[in-house]
Design a binder for this molecule. Structure first.
Ligand code: NDP
Length: 259
């Protein structure tokens, strides 16, 4: 991961699962960021205990409240990050928070579809909008350099479940709302990559693998990939991303995932 030299990173849904793993690994790299912002719904609650423990060991870790379905919460988080950064920008935004409802074609509802879209698709849109000024600032801080995650990037954690081509795991889990939300997130990633390129911001979607987390285990089968494997793989991939990877959909091992 020698290529990833970031001053600041923010991860949403950072209190458990892959988000927590990303924070852990970012703190432990050989050139750790000056600031790692771990955003979660309830920073003082029981579900954030591991983050609180990490914060007692790493002064560069800042835990902050962020409910990705609430615009006021998103704006407040962006303002807080701006205060911490004191005039410098945010290099890396990882939109990781998401939910999954185990529903089928027959059992999906208006409420379920709306809830999933609001969290998994609209959340990353609004979070990216709110942090855009800080990302732009980071890009302006390294003029002339090629696009990279060390400069300024939005990484949306997607899923091969949202791939229209492969429809991975249909027999195991239909999760129609989740699949639709991730397919839409992929399109959002493409749009962001087109719109933000001129500002020096690299945008890409990543599939983390089938990972041993609460969400990954919801099919009732043991996922093959540990959080550490997934996160190490994704950070390796992030360290290699450049101009040619704008708007791509890659997995945790760097392989292209078909749309
Ligand atoms: P988990 O269910 O283990 O964790 C989800 C995280 O998202 C939690 O921190 C949760 O917070 C947070 N979150 C959920 N809703 C909101 C919200 N409205 N606002 C803020 N935070 C929220 O999931 P994973 O760690 O497994 O998944 C992480 C990402 O990886 C997701 O985008 C998922 O779709 C993707 N993914 C995961 C796969 C897997 O096999 N695990 C496979 C493919 C993709 P709280 O504790 O408050 O609920």
């Amino acid at each position: 991961m020698a290529g990833l030299r970031i001053c600041s990173a923010l991860v949403t849904g950072a209190n458990r699962g892959i988000g927590l793993g990303l924070v852990r690994h970012l703190l432990r790299v050989s050139n750790p960021p000056k600031w790692v912002f771990a955003a979660c719904r309830d920073p003082k609650g029981e579900r954030a205990q591991e983050l609180q423990h990490l914060a007692s060991k790493y002064p560069n870790l800042v835990i902050m409240p962020l409910e990705v379905t609430n615009p006021a919460s998103i704006q407040a988080a962006a303002a807080r990050v701006g205060e911490h950064l004191k005039g410098s920008g945010l290099n890396l935004l990882i939109n990781n928070a998401a939910i999954l409802l185990n529903r089928t074609l027959d059992t999906e509802t208006l409420e379920g579809m709306s809830q999933i879209y609001t969290t998994n698709t609209i959340g990353p849109l609004l979070v990216s909008q709110a942090f855009l000024p800080l990302l732009k600032k980071a890009a302006q801080g390294s003029p002339g350099s090629e696009l990279s995650c060390s400069k300024a990037a939005i990484i949306n954690i997607s899923s091969n479940g949202g791939s229209i081509d492969s429809i991975y795991g249909w027999d195991l889990l239909q999760v129609v709302s989740y699949r639709c939300s991730k397919a839409a997130l992929n399109m959002l990633t493409k749009c962001q990559s087109l719109g933000y390129r001129e500002h020096g911001i690299l945008c890409a979607a990543l599939h983390p693998g089938w990972v041993q987390t609460d969400m990954g285990s919801s099919a009732g089968h043991a996922p093959p990939v540990t959080v550490d494997m997934s996160v190490q793989g994704m950070l390796n991939v992030l360290s290699t991303l450049s101009e040619k990877d704008i708007g791509t959909f890659l997995d945790w091992e760097g392989k292209v995932v078909s749309w």
